[in-house]
Design a protein around this ligand. Sequence first.
Ligand code: AMP
Ligand code: FE
Ligand code: FE
Ligand code: ZN
Length: 281
Amino acid sequence: MFADLHLHTCYSDGTYTPEELVAEAHRLGFVTLAITDHDTVEGCPAVASACAVRGLQFIPGVELTAEYQGLEVHILGYGFDIEDATFLEQMARFQAIRQQRIRDMVARLNEMAIPIRVEQVMALANCRAPGRPHVARALVEAGVCRDLDEAFERFLKKHRPAWVPKSKISVPEAIQLVHRAGGVAVLAHPGLYYVDPVLPELVRAGLDGIECFHTKHTPAVTERYLSWAGRLGLLATGGSDCHGYSKGKPLLGSIRVAPEFVERLQQRIATRRAQLASRKS
Ligand code: AMP
Ligand code: FE
Ligand code: FE
Ligand code: ZN
């Protein structure tokens, strides 16, 4: 009966193909899945088909990198039109920024006499939305680092030598982008950054929900955000944030979101879609 609403595939920094992800989710007994790749919806059609074959419900999603008062904040979009032209134009823009950032990070590593090549990272990434995990994988493959954690610790984390800041949209802009494509905007893993004091402000900017259930949330943190959701009238969502085998064991199965939360999310999506349709006609 359960759902996982935060999943990455090989179309961003996850390792599962759409078919592998859905097969594994089906095996674990999930009935609803949403994928939330970073800055791309390219995986959605294949995951939707694989879900249809196995009788799972699919919700299209995305994870956007935004900024709020100098802090990196992730916004999850759900249920929007994955063919919306404006939305796709923005994804293409974010992807171009990501690709340039890979070239900049590799240049930094080369300046430190680490012989990683851009082509190698791009081939490893094999997607339009490459990111730091792909540079990390290249560093491991080249024998420079033992694992991804070491690559992040030594080179890729904020303020480390190969870290390159990424130009980001603001949180209100990310919310608008999702809304204009008929979707619902949710604050991803709020327990990973402290934005509690500005939650009411984010709600005024149009935020629809907060991710209460997440692998990195302790039970106390989950309770705190469920309470915030109740007080602010926000949807509560959740997911494992599984990246496949990217960081050891896949997280799929570690978070199981109850159907009541999925129903409320689906209702909000239907309302948003109807609003958009009436505005367009
Ligand atoms: P980017 O979007 O290029 O800035 O990369 C951020 C991504 O790196 C996150 O979505 C995580 O999936 C991944 N990440 C962050 N820290 C680590 C780590 N220590 N080891 C492996 N992956 C990480
Ligand atoms: Fe990621
Ligand atoms: Fe995230
Ligand atoms: Zn994620």
